[in-house]
Design a binder for this molecule. Structure first.
Ligand code: PCA
Length: 324
């Protein structure tokens, strides 16, 4: 009896010490967009690089397509530690901090160069405010320029009136309101379904998201390249999870994040060209809005900029001053 007990105790000790020896952190990374999307592919490469280079100290496993948490749940999940790391569309978080919406103000930054300057001008304040919520900011990557999709041809402001419009944040809801469209907030993962059931008939998003959701298969024949803003996704980490890493691993994560950011911006620029071509190759009409519509959207944008500046207060003004 005593011998068996001794053997069991030794076995248990062995198993325990083996566990300690291989103990590294494992992070499940919540991603809202499909595995084929360039943000998800980039995050997956980031995860792989960190995992390979950390020498077993940190394994990051990505879960694309909202399979761990849906887009709308990811910020909260990371904040509360249900997911140690995740990616979220920044401008959907205006209620957390209006500064997170600065990249979705129409016509503020209409080129990649301007978008980068706006990012740099806003980043320090954003990092600080996320830190105060228990989050570590890793990197941010823009979507290609946002354009207008529609089932029917749009030649005038009157054509927009009453359209059932898919929105993805407060800014797109506001555009719809100021234009007379009827907005419904829908995550990217549900776009195809929303269009195919007729729940919506127009939206503003990137050529990439239209391509990823094969939007032409749902009766959407028109893409108007308004190119009014470049909204970003950001990758954030829960601070408790972060503090479990040793200094060398933290440094590795930050340096891989910087690489992923650079790669992501390059991929976005490529998508901005190629994905528009993919839409037209699929038979969609890809073009610009006429000058009357352009003027309309610019007026809407100017109004929204004022509203945003009021909401964002002195912090917002400081960001705009640094940007200009
Ligand atoms: N695609 C995402 C956000 C912006 C974009 O281009 C979406 O449509 O939800």
């Amino acid at each position: 009896m005593k011998l068996i007990k001794n053997i069991l105790v030794t076995l248990a000790a062995l198993i325990f010490s083996a566990n300690i020896a291989s103990a590294g952190e494992k992070w499940d990374m919540a991603l809202a967009y499909g595995a084929g999307n360039f943000h998800s592919a980039n995050a997956t490469e980031f995860a792989k690089n960190v995992t390979e280079k950390s020498g077993g100290k940190l394994t990051i496993v990505t879960h694309p397509g909202g399979s761990l948490f849906k887009g709308g749940e990811i910020f909260r999940a990371v904040r509360t530690g249900q997911a140690p790391i995740g990616e979220r569309f920044m401008s959907a978080l205006g209620k957390e901090d209006p500064l997170l919406e600065v990249d979705s103000q129409p016509f503020l930054a209409t080129t990649y160069g301007a978008a980068m300057r706006l990012y740099k001008a806003s980043k320090p304040e954003i990092v600080k405010s996320l830190d105060s919520k228990g989050l570590v900011f890793l990197y941010a990557v823009p979507w290609p320029a946002q354009g207008l999709y529609s089932k029917k041809e749009i030649n005038s402001v009157a054509d927009l009136k009453g359209l059932k419009f898919r929105a993805y944040n407060s800014a797109t809801i506001r555009i719809a309101e100021l234009t007379g469209m009827a907005p419904t907030k829908i995550e990217a993962a549900e776009i195809s379904q929303a269009f195919s059931t007729g729940a919506v008939e127009s939206m503003i998003t990137s050529p990439t998201t239209g391509k990823n959701s094969k939007i032409w298969e749902n009766g959407v024949g028109y893409f108007y390249d308004i190119a009014a803003w470049f909204p970003k996704n950001m990758v954030i980490v829960n601070k408790d999870a972060w503090s479990k890493l040793d200094a060398a691993t933290q440094k590795l994560v930050m340096s891989e994040a910087a690489k992923a950011e650079k790669k992501g911006w390059d991929l976005s620029k490529k998508g901005n060209k190629n994905d528009k071509k993919a839409l037209s190759d699929a038979g969609m009409k890809v073009g610009k809005v006429n000058s009357a519509l352009k003027k309309h959207f610019e007026e809407v944008g100017a109004k929204m900029s004022k509203e945003w500046a009021d909401r964002a207060g002195s912090r917002g003004q400081a960001v705009l001053a640094a940007f200009k």
